[in-house]
Design a protein around this ligand. Sequence first.
Ligand code: BMA
Length: 365
Amino acid sequence: MCCVFSFFFVFSFCKGGPSDPDAFPQTIQYFNRLLALQETGIMYGHEDTFFYGYEWEYLENYSDIKALTGDFPAVAGFELGHIELGHEKSLDNVPFSRIRDEIIKFHGLNGVITVNWHLDNPLNNETAWSVSSNKVVHSILPNGTHHQVFLDRLELLTKFLLSLQDESGLPIPFIFRPFHEHSGDWFWWGKPLCTNQEYVSLFQFTVSYLRGRGLHNILFAYNTDLVTSYDEYFEGFPGDDYVDIYSIDMYDHGNSYFKDLDYGLALVSFAASARNKLAALAECGGDYFDRTWFSNSLLKTVKKYKLLYLLNWRNEYGGTVLGPAPNLRWAEDFLNFAKDPWVLLLNDIQKIDVRSYEILTNLSR
Ligand code: BMA
């Protein structure tokens, strides 16, 4: 009985399907699998986890999360900044060939892939953080002075994305979170640097371009930083035909952090449930002086809502470390967090019966 009820409960969330009307069968299956996972717990994710960490770089089959917990994260984040320039290495110095290999390998393990893109400013060729002009988005939209520059850069991104195929040549489904943290003022696509309509057009144009190039294997995540109202979250929202995941990023900013986080997560989770979408805390981290930051404060907050994943930003070798690792002050606190049955690492999501979401996929077509 219980199974029948939970089956229909999960199925009732599957009516929507991916936002792409031409989504490949494996993308529909992926979306439904993620909806089922969102009911099961929260996946733990880590950025650039396979390339470098607190005390190492470029080992094989290694990750700080694996070294600490014995398991890989369920979600792996990959940075594509500088793919748009035709460079061989990302802005964080990771060879794109290695990024491709790890994406293919992780997909083979049934891990969930999320991709982000700190693309350089196409107007002045400086970094994603170059915010001196509020005309950048305007200049790269159709009829803008730099539209062709943007098209060329999108095409270089597209070529890389088209190369993400499994051993049998099938495109690998993944999450893409372009133009993230829209509510902030630190990227050239941030809220004070363009109108809401320009942001909407930029997002829609990008999604349509990628779909037009045959990429029907992508789930798109809409993302803001801190917001304090429902209306503020949806300023710049490109619409449900372009979005599969409602997400926020939020780093610890002091006393009001967990209250603000609670508000943001309630917002994305309720809005997503109401529209048959997914919800996520796409980036988070802190300085972890609170000795139970993970195991008490974060865990209590995320357990209140249906969320697909949370992701700690990268452990930069020799730089800022935002995830856990052996020998860090917050290692034990993280282990206590990861032990909670609601928190899912790679082995946990591998255990979930693939056939159940295949049945859901067939029903929802
Ligand atoms: C930022 C920092 C930068 C990095 C960028 C892209 O938050 O970690 O050092 O280059 O993300 O990964």
